[in-house]
Design a protein around this ligand. Structure first.
Ligand code: ADP
Length: 282
């Protein structure tokens, strides 16, 4: 057993709350086939929430859709990218080391990611959180194997967007430094070729209050995004196959921006959003 697996499985005194959370909150036995997801099942009979994972290239919109589903299903959205950024902003002992890795588009070590995730799970355990939608984890086969060793994931949603749109979406990403809202100033309009239809994604512009407070992620420069895409193909693409082989992967090609994609994603998941006011205006 390697060091990270030992870290995850061992040290009962230190990790037991997180491990207990994992075995309770991530242990629900939902069907992984969409046919069996027939009704919008968001809790199992014991009241445990769903245990889903979002995969997809940088810029595809994992955070956007994971966050919407988390609100709809009442389970926490856990983004390892957000955990890394929180640590970076904290000026804690790891911050300097992380900056050198993240700002160059590289992956953080499994050891650091697992320790950030365990800290987040321990915090969730104190609030009796149940279920989760993981975003940005697992990102390597090793992470997927470690996760598989402690829990059963019900469903893995693989979001896909044509490659020529991904770079534009990353470069257009903006965050409100005041409220944390996510926006995108990119207007994607790619002419259809060889029988493919035109591909249009309208910008997601901020409200007036946020417009003057927008910031760009330091790793959203063209050079770093290209490196992140390369690393995704090398390190994270195999994770898709890992879950495909286990019959857990739902492939979802985004047909456009949020207004086109959100209703289709809900349909693919057999879910209904009775409170969907945002799509129309997004
Ligand atoms: P992206 O837009 O590339 O999907 P994220 O916001 O998910 O970016 O992650 C930002 C950065 O945080 C990554 O480029 C990587 O350095 C680090 N990171 C996030 N999740 C992981 C993970 N599971 N393993 C290793 N590094 C990670």
């Amino acid at each position: 057993m390697d060091a990270v697996s030992r870290l995850w499985r061992g040290c009962a005194a230190v990790w037991s709350p997180a491990r207990m959370w994992l075995s309770l909150a991530m242990g629900a036995r939902f069907s992984t086939s969409l046919a069996r997801l027939g009704s919008p099942m968001t809790r199992d009979p014991d009241g445990r929430g769903v245990h889903w994972v979002f995969l997809g290239c940088p810029g595809v919109g994992k955070g956007t859709y994971a966050s919407r589903l988390s609100q709809l299903l009442g389970v926490p959205h856990i983004s390892t990218g957000d955990l890394v950024r929180e640590e970076l902003a904290s000026s804690g002992p790891l911050a300097q080391q992380l900056a050198g890795i993240v700002n160059h588009g590289q992956l953080v070590s499994d050891e650091i990611i697992m320790s950030l995730l365990i800290k987040r799970l321990e915090h969730g355990a104190t609030k009796a959180e149940s279920g989760s939608i993981l975003d940005g984890f697992p990102r390597t086969i090793r992470q997927a194997e470690i996760l598989e060793g402690v829990t059963e994931i019900d469903l893995v949603i693989n979001l896909k967007l044509r490659e020529d749109a991904l770079l534009a979406k990353c470069l257009g990403r903006r965050i409100c430094s005041h409220c944390g809202g996510n926006y995108n100033v990119a207007s994607v309009n790619i002419k259809g070729e060889n029988g493919r239809p035109d591909f249009i994604m309208a910008p997601l512009l901020p409200p007036a209050d946020c417009a003057s407070k927008l910031v760009t992620r330091v790793d959203d420069t063209e050079e770093v995004v290209k490196e992140r895409l390369r690393i995704y193909n090398e390190m994270s693409k195999p994770v898709e196959e890992f879950y495909r082989a286990r019959g857990k992967l739902l492939e979802f090609d985004l047909p456009g921006g949020i207004p086109e994609s959100w209703p289709k994603l809900l349909q693919a998941l057999n879910l209904v959003d009775h409170d969907d006011k945002q799509s129309a205006s997004a």
